[in-house]
Design a protein around this ligand. Structure first.
Ligand code: GAR
Length: 197
């Protein structure tokens, strides 16, 4: 069975584009939906140009009521009937109830070598700590933020003079290598971590 994949984004969606392009080129999965919490996310246009249905549910009218936002977000997702849900720069924290619906089939990419630096400002935190390497992680999503079994990591050397921006740009290049490779393995049932240098 070729798995159906929905992708959640909040911004430019460069990881989403790489996932969709890899699925379309290699056929290991079918992209069935790209959804965003922001109708202005430029990634939605990029998804539409790639021929993938899109949906936007603005989280702001729901205030702190995450469950109400997620109830709306779920509608297009359930209609698309995905087997796998990929978070790709989706910047909303999901409730345990939402995560539980997709237990064992929701992936996220995070711009650090987890378990280091869950949350925000990962690159600055790596620089502030004097780390010599940084990187990115794809993991299964569990109710704990940026936790869950690690499915792949790519490492990036921190260079003298790096800023958070220069480091983020080099890590993003590796994110684009890592996420499609991990999704392809995941689609085939492979769960052992993929470690890229
Ligand atoms: C990526 O660097 C991703 O790892 C990060 O947001 C960026 C999205 O870029 N995700 C997180 O920080 C999640 N906590 P993109 O929209 O171009 O893929």
């Amino acid at each position: 069975m070729i798995p159906r994949v929905a992708i959640l984004i909040s911004g430019g969606g460069s990881n989403m584009v790489r996932l969709v392009e890899a699925m379309q080129a290699e056929g290991f999965a079918t992209p069935v939906l790209v959804a965003s919490n922001d109708a202005a996310a430029s990634g939605l246009d990029r998804a539409a140009k790639l021929g993938v249905p899109t949906a936007a549910i603005d989280h702001r009218p729901f205030g702190r009521d995450r469950a109400a936002f997620e109830a709306e977000l779920l509608k297009p997702i359930l209609a698309a009937a995905p087997d796998v849900l990929c978070l790709a720069g989706f910047m909303r924290v999901l409730t345990p109830e939402f995560v539980g619906r997709f237990a064992g089939r929701m992936l996220n990419i995070h711009p650090s070598l987890l378990p280091k630096y869950p949350g925000l400002h990962t690159h600055q935190r790596a620089l502030d700590a004097g780390d010599t390497e940084a990187g990115c992680t794809v993991h299964e999503v569990t109710p704990v933020l940026d936790d869950g079994p690690i499915l792949g990591q790519a490492r990036v050397a921190i260079e003298p003079g790096d800023s958070a921006d220069t480091l983020a740009a080099r890590v993003l290049v590796q994110e684009h290598r890592l996420y499609p490779a991990v999704l392809k393995r995941f689609a085939s049932g492979e769960r052992t971590p993929l470690l890229l240098g």
